[in-house]
Design a protein around this ligand. Structure first.
Ligand SMILES: [Zn+2]
Length: 248
């Protein structure tokens, strides 16, 4: 299984960057996109044509995670009309907020399925994905991708009060948001994590490799890493566009 970071910024992309998007390539070659933020398609095309995706899973319906999905609809439509692709694109997404989920449908080109706390599906015969509700201002789901050897846990957008204990311990990779440096953390922030909180949660989950993401474009990367490592006891990388992890 391979993880390619296509976008790791929020709430807007850095130069040549993108807001959240992570490409999972399974051992059998299935291409699954987790989130499709602003700028993600211009990164994805460095690796595969966008219409070659097998599945898209949108953790929640905030614009920094779905902005490019509406352009991806066009890529799928054109590919089907031209005969480069035969099947609609299968996607999983929450149904709320309704005003956004209704826009995910696009004729016969997109096959929309509901993402909720009971979602469990196969990406291929060796790889599954399941979801866990997180604490966020709209329904949002962490995604656990597991094959016979490895687990990648994507925490999506998540407040500290998320029920982390429902998730499997010892993920090989934990992709965790760190929206705020400690000094910028609002007093009543419930929807997002700080750097130090991301480190604490990675400890709780006993993550083997923490990849910190959802980064404010103007933050200093050394400051971010320094704060995460003040609480985290393991191996950590800051996400960046083009970061690839090959799990063998
Ligand atoms: Zn976000």
């Amino acid at each position: 299984m391979q993880l390619t970071v296509l976008g790791c910024h929020s709430p807007f992309p850095a130069p040549d960057g993108a807001t959240p998007g992570y490409l999972i390539t399974t051992k059998s070659g299935k291409q699954v996109l987790l989130d499709c933020g602003s700028g993600v398609l211009s990164q994805l095309i460095k690796y595969i044509p966008p219409y070659d995706l097998d599945m898209v899973i949108l953790s929640h319906l905030h614009h920094d995670h779905i902005a490019d999905f509406f352009v991806l609809q066009y890529a799928i439509m054109v590919a089907i009309k031209q005969g480069w692709r035969t099947k609609p694109l299968q996607i999983y997404a929450p149904i709320k907020p309704l005003k956004w989920s209704k826009n995910l449908y696009y004729g016969d080109y997109i096959d929309v399925r509901e993402l909720n706390e009971k979602t469990w599906t196969e990406l291929d015969e060796d790889t599954t994905v399941r979801s866990y509700r997180t604490n966020h201002s709209v329904p949002c789901y962490a995604l656990e991708i597991q094959d016979q050897k490895h687990i990648i846990l994507y925490g999506a957008d998540s407040g500290y009060e998320t029920n982390w204990n429902q998730m499997k311990k010892n993920p090989d990779v934990f992709i965790c948001e760190a929206t705020y440096l400690e000094s910028d953390m609002p007093a009543n922030a419930k929807d997002h994590l700080s750097t130090c909180q991301a480190g604490e949660i990675a400890n709780l989950l006993n993550a083997k490799h923490l990849v910190v993401t959802h980064l404010f474009p103007f933050y200093d990367r050394d400051d971010l890493l320094h704060e995460v490592m003040s609480t985290y006891k393991g191996f950590c990388d800051l996400a960046q566009t083009g970061f690839i992890l090959n799990l063998k």
